[in-house]
Design a protein around this ligand. Structure first.
Ligand code: UTP
Length: 293
């Protein structure tokens, strides 16, 4: 029987320097898109994909992330007493979303290192990786789309999206042989290549389903770009030793760790909400008119 993916690793130990000063004392992942912290969107995507265990890779001063997925009896009792049952239930539902295991990454030594920190909790099962600041809005959760490919092909798979050549230097980029219009057999991975040496314009924004053999690949990976242990470099080893696929997922991706990406996501999610849409449209018109005068 094929292994079912039941664990998701969510690396959230980075320093969030692109979002200073907000991230000086608040974890970047707790900054809300409208009223839902970024990390909640990510954990909900994992849960909607069938994941039952989330391994959060956290760091000092990031306890707020764990607390968000626990019960808060004082708050919930207060809301119950005030007759605000729906809000009390909303708070409790986050404590029930899935089992959360938190592991500290003691120094931010890179995404590959952060994933390796999850090994004691993941063991020898396949697992999903979702980056804490990449939001993907889709009907079928992106992680579910990758899990479907994993189940069908019994191979590790990375989610990819097409980016303009001028932006390849922001991502891990794949190269390889197309299997069909949406799937590739990956032969090459490069972290943040220069546009002229990039193997393609297909970028990995932060969704993976990986076989546990990747842990061994990470252990053999030397620090790369920025002196960090890059997951992309470990995946290059995995691609050489096993079959690695890339899949062009359906969905819209927002880089919420970047200021403009964050504003983009905030507007998109607010405009999708029936309780906010008309108010947001009025506000946008007001500000646009003001700037015109
Ligand atoms: P980023 O580079 O986007 O996040 O890493 P960052 O380091 O927090 O932010 P900037 O670039 O300084 O603004 C992608 C994801 O990997 C995690 C981050 O928390 C983020 O979710 N990460 C990165 C770790 O968990 N550990 C690391 O050592 C590096």
């Amino acid at each position: 029987m094929k292994n079912i993916v039941r664990t998701a690793v969510i690396p959230a130990a980075g320093l969030g320097t692109r979002f200073l000063p907000a991230t000086k004392s608040i974890p970047k992942e707790m900054i809300p898109i409208v009223d839902v912290p970024m990390i909640q969107h990510i954990v909900e995507e994992a849960a909607r994909s069938g994941v039952t265990r989330v391994v959060l890779i956290t760091a000092r001063h990031k306890e707020a992330i764990e607390n968000h997925f626990d019960f808060n009896p004082e708050l919930e009792a207060f809301l119950d007493d005030k007759g605000k049952k729906e809000l009390a239930e909303l708070s409790r539902s986050l404590g029930r979303l899935c089992q959360v295991i938190a592991i500290r990454q003691k120094n931010p030594m890179g995404l590959g290192h952060a994933v390796l920190c999850a090994e004691p909790a993941v063991g020898s099962e396949p697992f999903a990786v979702l980056l804490g600041d990449d939001l993907i809005d889709s009907d079928v959760p992106c992680t579910q789309q990758l899990m479907d490919i994993y189940q069908r092909e019994s191979a590790s798979v990375v989610g990819v999206m097409q980016v303009p050549p001028s932006e390849v230097n922001k991502y891990g980029i794949i190269g390889g042989k197309p299997i069909n219009t949406k799937t590739w057999h990956v032969q090459q991975l490069v972290e943040k290549p220069a546009p002229e040496s990039s193997p393609s314009c297909w970028a990995i924004p932060g969704r993976y389903v990986l076989e546990p053999q990747v842990f061994d690949c990470i252990k053999r990976t030397k620090p790369g770009r920025g002196g960090e242990i890059q997951l992309t470099d470990a995946l290059q080893l995995l691609a050489q030793e096993r079959r690695l696929l890339a899949y062009a997922f359906d969905g819209v991706r927002y880089d919420t760790g970047d200021r403009l990406g964050f504003i983009d996501a905030t507007l998109a999610f607010a405009l999708k909400r029936s309780d906010l849409r008309s108010g947001v449209v009025v506000l946008l018109q007001k500000h646009l008119n003001k700037n015109r005068n």
